[in-house]
Design a protein around this ligand. Structure first.
Ligand SMILES: NC(=O)C1=CN([C@@H]2O[C@H](COP(=O)(O)OP(=O)(O)OC[C@H]3O[C@@H](n4cnc5c(N)ncnc54)[C@H](O)[C@@H]3O)[C@@H](O)[C@H]2O)C=CC1
Ligand SMILES: O=C(O)[C@H]1O[C@H](OP(=O)(O)OP(=O)(O)OC[C@H]2O[C@@H](n3ccc(=O)[nH]c3=O)[C@H](O)[C@@H]2O)[C@H](O)[C@@H](O)[C@@H]1O
Length: 459
C-alpha cells in the first residue's frame, strides 16, 4: 500500500516538526496538519517564518521549503481527515487535573475526541497512527471507538511513538536512533515503514506488537529521567564530601556499560513529558496492583522535586537566610536550551519558592516571551495574579536582570550565558555578588577571580 495523503491532528511541538521532516523527505506525499487552535495554525502559516509557533533550530528552513507545496496547515479538521489515507494523532496527553487518577494518570480526552472525529468523518479505510505518548493498551480504546462508531470502515491502528527531544528535534528526526512501529496489520505497518524508509535505514525501523511499542515510549522516558535523578542524588552527596559531580559523572560515564550521556547534574529536569510520563507509568503500575514497581519509579519524581527545592533552599540559606525584598536574577526560563518551551521548567518552581520568601524576581530568557513568566506562575495558583505581577518581571537582557541584584541563578544552559561579560555583570550587582549555577556552565575559578561567590551543583 503506497500512501499519498496524510493528515496529522495536533500542530504542536511533535506534529509540526515531525510532519515537516516527513514532507521534506517525501515530496510525493500531501500532508495536512490540523489543529483546533486557530492562532497556532495562523502562526504556522505566517509568511515570516521567524513567527512560527515553535522555535527549533533548522525547522524554519524546512517549513519554508515544503509549506504550500506538500505541507499544509489548516483548521479544517474534517476535510483533512476525509482526504487522508493515514491519520497521525499528535495531540497533547497531559496529566489529569480532575477526577480519578488526578495528578497521575494521562488525560486522554483529546485522544478520544480525535478518535470520535475520525469515526464520524471517515468514508474510506484509514490507518490511524498514535504519535502522542499514550498509556499501554490505549490502542484498544481507540480501536473500540473507531469500530463501534464508524460506518463499517476498516481502521488499522498503529503505535509510532516519537523520541525527538526539543532543541534538537530536527536533528533527531533526520537521524533517529530508531523509528518504532507497533501494530497488528503487516500491510499497515509496512505502509508507515515505507514513509520513513525514504530517509531512515531499514535496520533502524523497528516493528513490534502494539503494546510493546506503547510501553517502550513510557519506558524510554522513565529510563532517561532516572539517569538524571540518579546523578542529581549523587550531586547532593558530592556537596557534602568534597567530591565533584562532574568528575564522578565522567568517571562512571567512561564505563561503556553505563555510557556518558544524560549524566549532567542540574537544578532538576523539566519539560512537558518526563514527569507526566513517569506519573503515568506509576499510575498504570498501581492500577495493576504493582506497588513496588510504582514506588520504584515514583522515586525518580520525588528526587527531582527534592533537587529543585534544594536549589532554592540553598540560595536562601546562603543569602543569610532571607531573600525578602532582595532582587534575584533568574537567567533562563525555558526547560532547556534552544527551545522556547517552558512547560514544567525548573525555573518556574524555583521562582515560586523564592516568591514565597518575598524575593523580587527578574527573569531573562533569550527565547521565551515576557508574558510567559506570568502565565506560568499564575498556572501554579500559589498566589494572586497581582502578587505574581509585582513579584516577578521579565526583562530584555541578562545585564538588566543583574542590575542591583543580590544573586544570579542560572536556570537554563543557554550557550550565550557562557560568553557574557561577567566582569560588567559583577560590577552592576550588590555585594557580595552570588551566582548559583543550576547548570554548571560557568567556570568556578574564573567567577571567583572576578569576585563572585560562586555555587554550582554537586561541587
Ligand atoms: N514535546 C515533545 O518534545 C514530545 C512530545 N511527545 C508527545 O506528543 C504529544 C503531543 O505533544 P506536543 O506536541 O508537545 O503537544 P502540544 O501541546 O505542543 O500540541 C498538541 C496540539 O494538539 C492540539 N489539539 C488538542 N486536541 C485537539 C483536537 N481534538 N483536534 C485538533 N487539535 C487538537 C492542541 O491545540 C495543540 O496545538 C504528547 O502526547 C507528548 O507526550 C512525544 C515526544 C516528544
Ligand atoms: O517524550 C518526550 O517529550 C521527549 O522527552 C525528552 O526530551 P525533552 O524533554 O525534549 O528534552 P531532554 O533533552 O530529554 O531534557 C529533559 C530535561 O532534562 C534535563 N537534563 C537532561 C540531560 C541531563 O543530563 N541532565 C538534565 O538535567 C534537561 O535540561 C531538561 O530539563 C526525551 O529526551 C525525548 O527522547 C522524548 O521524546
Amino acid at each position: 500500500m503506497k500512501i499519498k495523503s496524510i493528515c496529522c491532528i495536533g500542530a504542536g511541538y511533535v506534529g509540526g516538526p515531525t510532519m515537516a521532516v516527513i514532507a521534506k523527505n517525501n515530496p510525493h506525499l500531501k500532508i495536512t496538519i490540523v489543529d483546533i487552535n486557530q492562532a497556532r495554525i495562523d502562526a504556522w502559516n505566517d509568511v515570516d517564518v521567524s513567527k512560527l509557533p515553535i522555535y527549533e533550530p533548522g525547522l524554519a528552513d524546512i517549513v519554508k521549503e515544503t509549506r504550500g507545496k506538500n505541507l499544509f496547515f489548516s483548521t479544517d479538521i474534517d476535510a483533512a481527515i476525509d482526504e487522508a489515507e493515514m491519520i497521525f494523532i499528535s495531540v497533547n496527553t497531559p496529566t489529569k487535573t480532575y477526577g480519578k487518577g488526578k495528578g497521575m494518570a494521562a488525560d486522554l480526552k483529546y485522544i478520544e475526541l480525535c478518535a470520535r472525529n475520525i469515526a464520524n468523518v471517515a468514508k474510506t479505510d484509514k490507518i490511524v497512527v498514535e504519535k502522542s505518548t499514550l498509556p499501554v493498551r490505549t490502542a484498544e480504546a481507540i480501536k473500540s471507538i473507531l469500530h463501534n462508531t464508524g460506518n463499517n470502515i476498516n481502521f488499522h491502528i498503529l503505535s509510532n511513538p516519537e523520541f525527538l527531544a526539543e532543541g534538537t528535534a530536527i536533528e533527531d528526526l533526520l537521524n533517529p536512533d530508531r523509528v518504532l512501529i507497533g501494530g497488528e496489520c503487516e500491510e499497515a505497518i509496512e505502509a508507515l515503514a515505507n514513509i520513513y524508509s525514504s530517509w531512515v535505514a531499514d535496520d533502524r525501523i523497528l516493528r513490534t506488537n502494539l503494546w510493546s511499542s506503547e510501553l517502550s515510549k513510557l519506558t524510554a522516558n522513565a529510563f532517561l529521567a532516572q539517569r538524571i535523578s540518579s546523578i542529581n542524588s549523587i550531586s547532593e552527596l558530592c556537596e557534602l564530601t568534597g567530591a565533584n559531580v562532574n568528575e564522578v559523572a565522567k568517571a562512571i560515564g567512561m564505563d561503556s556499560r553505563i555510557g556518558s550521556k544524560f549524566l549532567k547534574a542540574s537544578v532538576g529536569f523539566g519539560g512537558s513529558c518526563f514527569q507526566k510520563d513517569i506519573l503515568n507509568l506509576v499510575y498504570i503500575a498501581r492500577s495493576y496492583g504493582l506497588t513496588e514497581v510504582a514506588d520504584y519509579w515514583e522515586q525518580v519524581i520525588i528526587m527531582n522535586d527534592h533537587q529543585k527545592r534544594r536549589f532554592s533552599d540553598r540560595l536562601i540559606k546562603t543569602l543569610y537566610n532571607t531573600v525578602s525584598g532582595k532582587k534575584i536574577a533568574l537567567l533562563g526560563w525555558a526547560f532547556k536550551k534552544d527551545t522556547n518551551d517552558t512547560r514544567e521548567s525548573a525555573a518556574i518552581y524555583v521562582a515560586d519558592h523564592l516568591l514565597n520568601e518575598q524575593a523580587n524576581i527578574s527573569v531573562f530568557d533569550p527565547k521565551v516571551p515576557h508574558t510567559k513568566v506570568q502565565t506560568d506562575l499564575n498556572y501554579l495558583n500559589t498566589r494572586s495574579e497581582a502578587e505574581n505581577e509585582s513579584g516577578a518581571i521579565s526583562v530584555d537582557s541578562a545585564y538588566e536582570a543583574a542590575n542591583d541584584a543580590h544573586a544570579i541563578a542560572i536556570m537554563t544552559e543557554w550557550d550565550e550565558f557562557k560568553t557574557y561579560d561577567w566582569k560588567t555583570i559583577y560590577s552592576k550587582m550588590k555585594k557580595p555578588a552570588f551566582i548559583f549555577d543550576g547548570r554548571n556552565i560557568l567556570d568556578k575559578s574564573e567567577m571567583e577571580n572576578i569576585g563572585f561567590d560562586y555555587y554550582s551543583i554537586g561541587q
